[in-house]
Design a protein around this ligand. Structure first.
Ligand code: HEM
Length: 153
């Protein structure tokens, strides 16, 4: 990740931080609109979840210039997400909701360069999460599926 990309992401995120609560509302509203199937994975009361999202984003963004220091944390996060029932395809929806949120939150400051810097960052983070997730044994629901397939017909 080059220095230009890192500073575009870091500087634009500084403008989102003061409106973090609104940004989190926009993000989840959009996510549940484009991917209603993921809503049951989340708690009914989302306050803590929203805080966690913005905090984690903040920490990740602050450390982008030394991305190797956040890789193990991001891998752990990816493994944790398997237990929430998150699948690879969901990452595209979350990425879409994130870009939408930045576009709304930053307005004219969301230039094409800023956009591609965020796309690059999200792609990298989600790739690390998905790779770590792929090494986790299939969740119980999958095993049940296999069991019933073995005993089918
Ligand atoms: C780069 C991508 C992502 C990041 C940085 C991220 C970040 C986080 C963080 C920090 C937590 C809190 C973990 C904890 O409690 O220790 C979390 C929880 C969660 N995430 Fe993600 N996430 C990402 C992608 C996704 C995707 C694609 C989905 C699928 C819909 C998803 C669904 C969830 C769910 C269901 C929870 C648990 C909610 C709860 O029970 O409190 N996340 N995520």
């Amino acid at each position: 990740m080059d220095a230009q990309t890192v500073s575009l992401v870091q500087n634009s995120f500084k403008k989102v931080e003061p409106i973090a609560a609104t940004a989190a509302d926009i993000f989840y509203d959009r996510l549940f609109e484009i991917a209603p199937e993921v809503k049951p994975m989340f708690p009914a009361v989302m306050t803590n979840q929203k805080e966690k999202l913005m905090q984690t984003l903040g920490v990740a963004v602050q450390n982008l210039h030394q991305v190797e220091t956040i890789v193990p944390v991001v891998q752990d996060l990816g493994r944790k997400h398997v237990s929430y029932g998150v699948q690879d395809a969901h990452y595209d929806k979350v990425g879409e909701a994130l870009i939408f949120t930045l576009e709304k939150g930053l307005g004219d400051d969301f230039t094409p360069d800023v956009k591609s810097a965020w796309v690059e960052t999200y792609t990298l983070v989600s790739m690390v999460m998905k790779e770590a997730a792929a090494e986790v044994p299939a969740p119980k629901a999958e095993k049940k599926g296999l069991f019933s397939r073995l005993f089918a017909s």
